[in-house]
Design a protein around this ligand. Structure first.
Ligand code: 0O2
Length: 225
C-alpha cells in the first residue's frame, strides 16, 4: 500500500478514536447539564410557591461540538485531543439561564452555589464589571456530581446567568461579530457599547418598578380588612 494511503488510513483511524472518545465524555457532560437543569427547575418551582414569582424566565443548554473544542484548544496552543479538552476547557457543557430582573440573577446564583455537593470553580461577574464592549452577564463554572455505573464523577458546567435584555444584546452582538470576520467598524462598536448602557438603565428601571409593585402587594396583604 502506498505511503500516502497508509497515512490517510492512520489519520482516519485517529479521527475515529477521537470521535468515539468524544461520545463517551459527551454522555457525562449531558448528564451534568440535566443535573443542573433539574436543580434550577426545582428552585424556580419552590420560589413560585413561596413568593408567587419566577426568578427564571428560561433555560438553554448546549454541548460544545468537537470542532469548536478543537478550535478553542488550537487558539490557546494546547494539545488537540478530547483528553486535553476535558482537562483544559470549562465550557464543554454550557447553560444559559435567562431571568427577568437583575436581582433574580443573584437569587438563582446564590441558591445554586449554596448546594453543598456543588463546587464553585470560578465566578466572573461581568454585570458588576462589564467587558469594555458592554457585555454583561454573570458566569459561573460549577463542578457537579454525576452518578455513573463506575461511581461518582464530577463534571464542570459553565452557567451564564443574565436578564432578557442582556441576552438580547449579547445574542445580537455575537451574531454581528460572526457575520463580519474582518471586524466590526468602530462606529458600530461604539453604538453597540451605547446600546449596552441603555440596556443597563432599562434593567435598573425595570428592577425599581418591580420592587415598587412588590411593596404595594405586601402592603395590601398586611392591610386589615
Ligand atoms: P460560545 O459560542 O458562546 O460558546 P474560558 O471560559 O476560560 O474558556 P473565556 O472566553 O475567557 O474562556 O471565558 P468567559 O469570559 O467567561 O466567556 C466565555 C463565554 O461568554 C463566550 O463563549 C460567550 O458565550 C460569552 N461571552 C464572553 N464575552 C462575550 C462578549 O463580549 N460578547 C458576547 N456576545 N458573548 C460573550 P465563547 O466560547 O466565546 O462562545
Amino acid at each position: 500500500m502506498p505511503d500516502s494511503q497508509q497515512q490517510m488510513l492512520q489519520m482516519s483511524g485517529e479521527f475515529q478514536r477521537m470521535v468515539d472518545e468524544f461520545f463517551e465524555v459527551q454522555c457525562r457532560y449531558q448528564a451534568a447539564i440535566r443535573q443542573v437543569r433539574t436543580r434550577l427547575e426545582i428552585l424556580d418551582d419552590e420560589y413560585r410557591f413561596r413568593h408567587e414569582a419566577n426568578p427564571i424566565h428560561s433555560i438553554q443548554s448546549r454541548m460544545k461540538t468537537i470542532q469548536s473544542m478543537m478550535d478553542k484548544l488550537r487558539r490557546r496552543g494546547q494539545q488537540l485531543s478530547v483528553r486535553s479538552a476535558v482537562e483544559n476547557l470549562y465550557d464543554i457543557a454550557g447553560m444559559r439561564v435567562i431571568c427577568s430582573y437583575i436581582e433574580d440573577i443573584y437569587t438563582v446564583a446564590d441558591a445554586l452555589t449554596s448546594q453543598n455537593d456543588i463546587r464553585v470553580i470560578r465566578v466572573r461577574d461581568y454585570i458588576k464589571s462589564p467587558k469594555p464592549n458592554g457585555y454583561r452577564s454573570l458566569h459561573l463554572v460549577l463542578e457537579v456530581p454525576v452518578f455513573l455505573t463506575e461511581g461518582r464523577v464530577t463534571v464542570p458546567v459553565e452557567v451564564q446567568i443574565r436578564t432578557i435584555a442582556m441576552d438580547f444584546w449579547a445574542t445580537l452582538e455575537h451574531d454581528l461579530r460572526y457575520k463580519v470576520p474582518v471586524g466590526v467598524p468602530q462606529e458600530i462598536s461604539d453604538e453597540l457599547q451605547q446600546t449596552a448602557q441603555d440596556i443597563t438603565r432599562l434593567d435598573e428601571r425595570m428592577q425599581r418598578i418591580h420592587d415598587r409593585v412588590d411593596a404595594l402587594i405586601r402592603a395590601q396583604e398586611h392591610r386589615p380588612d
